[in-house]
Every structure is written in C-alpha cells, then in structure tokens.
Design a protein around this ligand. Structure first.
Ligand code: HEM
Length: 404
C-alpha cells in the first residue's frame, strides 16, 4: 500500500502503541488472535454484547491489531461523512481488500480519490444508466422466465449470484450493451488526456474489477434477503405484487425507466431488507490524525470501525429491530430519524457510487419476479444467516416458487 495519497506528510499511519489506547474501555482477548474468532463466529452478537458492557466506543483486537469500534449514528457521521478528513479508507480497507483490489476506488483517499471518483461517475450518469437499465431488464426477464419454467424447490442464493454476476458482466464489461459502452470508454480515455494521464490502462482494469465485485456480491446478498423476507411475509408479498400489477404492464412487456418511480412499496421493502442485513456490515478506516469522540482522545494511526449492522438494530431507533416492517421507511417515519441511522450505502466521500444502479436492479427484479412467481418457505423452516463478511444464508436459502 502506498502512503503517498494521504492529506499531509505529517500523518502517522503506523498503529499507535498498545498502551496509548488503554484509556478506552474494552477487552482485547487472547494475544495475537485477539477477538477475531469471536467476531467471525457471531459478528452481530459480539458487537451487541460489547456495546452493552462498554458503551458505544470500545477497544478490541481484530486481525492482529488493537482497534476501536465506534457505534451509532453519530459515529457513522463522524467517520463516514468525515468533515475534517480524518479517516483513511485505503489504510482501513487495505488489510481486507488490498490484495484483491489494491487500487479500487474505495482504496484511494482524499484528492486522488476525488479525481478518480469524478472520472468513474461518467459511468453512472443518466445516459449510461438508461442503457444498463434496458439490459438489466432484459436479463432479469429472461432469467425469471427460466425460473418459471421449473417451478418447485430452489436455492435462491446461488441462483441470485449467477444472475447478478451475469448482469454485472453485461453492464461493466459491455458483453451486450453496444454504443453506450464506447461512450463510457471514451470518457475514461478523455479523462486521461485532459488530466495528464490520470487513468492508465491498469487504472481502468482496477476500477472495472472493483466494480464487478462491488456490484455483484452486495446485490446477491440484498436481493436474497428481500426474497427471504417476502417469502416469510406473504402479506407484504401481496402488497408488492399489487403494486407491480398496478404498473399496467403485461408480464412479458419490458419495464420502463419512468415506472421505477411508481414503486414506493418495493422501494421501502428493499430498504428494510438492507436495514436488516446490510451487505457491508462494518466499515474500517484508519485515523490519519488525533481526534476525540464522546470524550475519548484517540491518537492518529488508530484503526477504527463503524458498524451499520449494529446501528440498524438499535432498539431506540428501530423498535422491534429484528422484525421486517417496510413501513419504517414511509416519508413521515423517516423524517425524524438521524440521517446516519440507516447507512447500507455508507455516506460522505466514499458513499456507494452504485446505489441508484442497485435500486434500479432491485425494482426491475421485484417487478419481474412478483409478476410471474409467488415464493414461500416450508412451514417451520427458519433460514440461518452468516452475517460477515457479507450476509449470506448458510444453506443457500431453500424456497418454493410457483407461477402466479
Ligand atoms: C445493495 C447493493 C450495494 C450496497 C449495499 C453497497 C454498499 C456500499 C458501501 C457501504 C460502500 C462504501 C464503503 C465505505 O465507505 O467504506 C460502497 C462503495 C462503493 N460501491 Fe457499493 N453497494 C452496493 C451496490 C453497488 C453497485 C451495484 C455498484 C456498481 C455498480 C457499487 C459500486 C461501489 C463503488 C464504486 C464504491 C466505492 C465508492 C468510493 O470509494 O468512492 N456498489 N458500496
């Protein structure tokens, strides 16, 4: 990992000495292993137990290093919005994603990150989005028709993974898209010329492979979660199917971009699925300077993590947090909520660049799936989820589908 991209040369990015964090409550567990095994075994329960014992700021030892966990909407705002440019994403995510995606967008910081993000955003402007939309819609319609032809038991997770991978390949590698892909490629090349070789060929490869990963794993997880909740809540399945029918499209007709706005219940249900099982359950950063939070002085170099999974289940914000209830996302209910209480897409400079893409894909999926199929779970079957690094049903999620 290079250290040249951070805000000032005075920044200390080596981890602080172990005893410089002993004023923070917490428990570092066994030497070397620390708390890593406990976290891997039950990430949600582990954080909840620690929060109960130590409060919203605690010390732990994860992946070979003393780290701080900062919990709740204020912590999310401090770290993600990062008004004071205090936190490095590169030196946070680097330990986890560095080997696979050393120069993906999330592994760049500050000025360099801003320039690359600006360049990459051309791929998410309205022209390219409309063309991905047409391809997504076609790809989803064809896949749902295959599912419909084989009604009965199916494992949703692997089927969804295949679908989202194929859709991401079509969108970002341009398997079928045509002239718009040329437009995006040209935009990348132009950016190279104007800004003095900003994007090398290697940069484009790095960004594209990162996009493929960012797009398909997160969507596989969240769409599986949505299907799981609709299967477990037939009353919501019916409400969403009614909404889809009211779009006035025959089952074989393509979706229209404009009709995406006429699916508020599907939007709320997807938001609720993302609340229950955020595909990125925690986000790491490394402090580039000293800072304080909730009365604690924290030295530069400290590894910190925020935790959407915990925030999304805080009882004082989300009554009965484990219950699926899309009504939490009516305009009125959302109005008085902290804007960093729901953060499946992060926030601030690194906020998910693909969030509109994700919403669009979720709605296209909901429309074709619900207009063609009904989904249910075997009586008494409760899927078990592995929550980290990405929420995933342990057995692939057995459902039964049948044509409606
Ligand atoms: C439900 C689906 C998705 C979820 C929950 C999700 C979540 C996130 C989160 C939490 C981050 C910020 C991480 C951080 O700040 O540490 C992020 C960043 C990113 N996401 Fe997504 N994502 C989703 C889908 C997508 C899709 C479909 C794409 C591309 C089409 C995408 C592209 C990106 C990119 C490029 C970044 C890096 C942004 C930056 O560093 O400036 N994501 N995503």
């Amino acid at each position: 990992m290079s250290m040249q991209n951070v805000a000032s040369p005075a920044i200390g990015l080596t981890p602080p000495k172990r005893n410089s964090l002993t004023h923070i409550p917490g428990d570092e567990g066994w030497p070397i292993i620390g708390k890593t095994l406990e976290v891997l075994a039950d990430p949600k329960g582990h954080v909840e137990r620690n929060a109960e014992k130590y409060g919203l700021v605690y010390r732990s030892h994860l992946f070979g290093e003393t780290s701080l966990v900062l919990l709740g909407p204020e912590a999310n705002e401090l770290v993600l919005f990062d008004r004071a440019k205090l936190f490095s994403s590169e030196h946070g995510w680097g330990r986890i994603l560095g080997l696979l995606f050393p120069r993906g967008l999330m592994l760049r910081d500050f000025d360099e990150h801003r320039e690359h993000r600006q360049t990459l955003s051309v791929a998410f402007k309205s022209g390219p989005m409309r063309s991905y939309f047409t391809e997504l819609d076609k790809g989803i319609a064809a896949r749902i028709a295959q599912w419909k032809a084989k009604p009965g038991a199916m494992l949703i997770y692997p089927a969804m993974k295949q679908l989202t991978l194929d859709l991401a390949a079509t969108s970002f590698l341009g398997a079928d898209i045509g002239p718009e892909v040329d437009e995006i490629n040209r935009a990348f090349i132009d950016a190279t010329d104007e800004q003095g070789a900003l994007l090398s060929e290697q940069d484009v490869i790095d960004h594209m492979s990162f996009l493929m990963m960012a797009a398909h794993d997160t969507l596989t997880s969240s769409l599986t979660s949505l299907v799981a909740e609709l299967a477990a809540h037939p009353e919501w399945q019916k409400k969403l199917r009614d909404e889809v029918s009211s779009l006035g499209l025959a089952p074989e007709q393509p979706m229209s971009f404009e009709k995406l706005d006429a699916m508020p219940l599907s939007d709320m249900a997807f938001k609720e699925a993302l609340r229950l099982r955020p595909p990125v359950p925690s986000m790491p950063r490394r402090a580039v300077r000293d800072f304080s939070f909730k009365g604690f002085d924290i030295p530069g170099g400290t590894m910190v993590g925020v935790n959407p999974m915990f925030t999304h289940h805080m009882k004082d914000i989300w009554p009965e947090p484990d219950r699926f209830d899309p009504r939490r996302f009516t305009e009125e209910t959302q109005r008085n909520r902290h804007r960093f209480a729901w953060v499946p897409f992060g926030g601030g400079a690194h906020m998910c660049l693909g969030l509109h893409f994700a919403n669009m894909q979720a709605k296209c999926f909901a429309r074709h799936f619900l207009q063609n199929l009904s989904v249910s779970l075997e009586p008494g079957y409760k899927p078990s989820w592995q929550m980290w690094p990405i929420p995933k049903p342990r057995d692939g999620l057995r459902v039964s589908v049948k044509p409606v």
